[in-house]
Design a protein around this ligand. Structure first.
Ligand code: NAD
Length: 258
């Protein structure tokens, strides 16, 4: 049976864990060939590869522009083309702005925002030459609204939304699209790591910290699951979505409606 992504080649950054891995698995299940990227123990990377049909892996560090561009070249060489780029790798750090370590600021801006620029700049020429491409930047609800103590993350994710719009305008007349996905809190290691520090800060259980503090702005009061984000990504690269360009699509349990 023909599948929606048969014959398509995708590169997904930060796909050894969480949202990126779920997107990689969904794309492979839909018939795509995928290149993985991200950090992790060798056995975890091997498990990610095993769960994506033995997908090739590139170890590029998203804070290193030359490695990012090499990764894009490697994906094009491995597949003969690149149809889909998902910029997903990201890190978090929480601190009052006056105490925010400058090196954490630099790392978050580089990994969460500038990496998207370098990967897009490297991938676009091939997409434009073949007149086909789908670029997804995994931004965040924090790309559209702010929360305190997350200055670098909020700045980087707002930057990703701006980058997405500007790229979309540049490619608007080609069969290439660039969109952002803006999740609320998704059940992944990155977000789950924020629960216990909140419990300690407010002297409550992890359960209360999750519902009353972490998910205070997420009206659904439940985690978004990685599979839900992967389904949105799959729709954005599937048939019929070519008219969607430069959008920041929320998947946040109602957060942005409030
Ligand atoms: P995660 O920690 O499970 O996965 C992050 C991935 O990025 C991992 O594969 C990790 O190895 C990789 N990575 C980190 N630094 C890297 C680097 N320097 N070079 C290459 N890879 C690197 O986190 P996640 O929650 O799945 O996050 C994925 C994306 O979704 C991030 O951009 C994050 O900001 C965004 N996001 C997450 C949530 C959430 O609640 N989990 C909400 C909104 C947006």
């Amino acid at each position: 049976m023909r599948q929606v992504l048969d014959g398509q080649a995708a590169l997904i950054t930060g796909s050894t864990s969480g949202i990126g891995l779920a997107i990689a698995q969904a794309f492979v299940a839909a018939g795509a060939r995928v290149m993985l990227n991200g950090f992790g123990k060798p056995e975890d990377i091997a498990a990610a590869q095993a769960s994506t049909g033995g997908a090739p892996y590139h170890p590029a560090d998203m804070s290193k522009p030359a490695e990012i561009r090499d990764m894009v070249r490697a994906a094009e060489a491995a597949f003969g083309k690149l149809d889909i780029l998902v910029n997903n790798a990201g890190i978090q750090f929480v601190s009052p702005v006056q105490d925010f370590p400058a090196e954490k600021w630099d790392a978050i801006i580089a990994i969460n925002m500038s990496s998207n620029f370098h990967a897009i700049a490297a991938a676009l020429p091939g997409m434009l030459a073949r007149d086909y491409g789908r670029i997804i930047n995994v931004a965040s609800a924090h790309g559209l609204v702010a929360s305190p103590y997350k200055t670098a993350y909020v700045a980087a994710k707002h930057g990703v939304v701006g980058l997405t719009k500007s790229v979309a305008l540049e490619i608007a007349q080609a069969n290439v699209t660039c969109n952002a996905i803006c999740p609320g809190f998704v059940r992944t290691p990155l977000a789950e790591a924020q629960v216990h520090p909140l419990a300690e800060k407010f002297g409550v259980s992890d359960e209360v910290a999750l519902k009353d503090h972490l998910l205070a702005k997420q009206p659904s009061k439940r985690w978004i699951e990685v599979d839900e984000v992967a389904r949105m990504a799959l729709w954005l690269v599937g048939p019929g979505s070519g008219g969607v360009n430069g959008s920041a699509l929320s998947i946040d349990g109602g957060w942005l409606a409030a």
